[in-house]
Design a protein around this ligand. Sequence first.
Ligand SMILES: Nc1nc2c(ncn2[C@@H]2O[C@H](COP(=O)(O)OP(=O)(O)OP(=O)(O)O)[C@@H](O)[C@H]2O)c(=O)[nH]1
Length: 244
Amino acid sequence: MEHATESEAADHGETIYPDSAYGSSAMDTDTEESQTQSSITLTYDEELIHKTILVGDSGVGKTSLLVQFDQGKFIPGSFSATVGIGFTNKVVSVDNMKVKLQIWDTAGQERFRSVTHAYYRDAQALLLLYDITRKSSFDNIRAWLTEIHEYAQKDVVIMLLGNKSDMAAERVIKHEEGQKLAKEYGVPFMETSAKTGLNVELAFHAIARELTQRAASQPHEPKFQIHDYIESQKQKSSCCGGLM
Ligand SMILES: Nc1nc2c(ncn2[C@@H]2O[C@H](COP(=O)(O)OP(=O)(O)OP(=O)(O)O)[C@@H](O)[C@H]2O)c(=O)[nH]1
């Protein structure tokens, strides 16, 4: 099994999340409005912690998407590949309930694959990203899905995201291609931009809502329809802003 060391990270000029593979992380910011770990202790129900993992090829924008969701900003400039794995906690509201998303950001590079596989089985949701300007990242989605089916829980919620939608001039993967692939695998799909923030909140809120409804619903109750929710919220946000 490959392990990332700090000296290895320094050699490659990469970002490392110290000790994150063993349960703590430099990225553990535990925020709704950047709350600290201690201030949040009593504000959420322990049962409503949902583990979500970001996966996809190196450079598709996983870290950037998480930073945009957590801090509402995009840091342009040189690309610093993730080493190993790190997590960020973020509290979101679902129907007036506080729900904590523990979001694991994985390294897309092949050499860290065995490290990240170990985290799949605890994940309740998985955001699978490709870059709309890089065909290879889209072509690799099938291989990612094969891995996911091998290592993750059977009922894991998967969402396909075509990131970097702001880069219209460099686009090589059409929106419809992403939609078609997602349909083939029966997973929800949307295009996102970690730069402009397009659909970033929506992606994470849809996951939070789906997992919360699953946790709370009775067998006879109608199931939450994540596809319908995403479509309705896309329409709302293009007209009025804000998530319901
Ligand atoms: N224009 C644009 N650039 C983006 C977007 N998302 C990420 N980038 C850029 O793409 C590069 C890679 O982004 P990262 O977030 O580091 O990619 P990653 O998937 O976390 O990469 P690994 O850590 O190696 O797995 C960086 O230079 C980002 O600034 C986006 O939505 N739009």
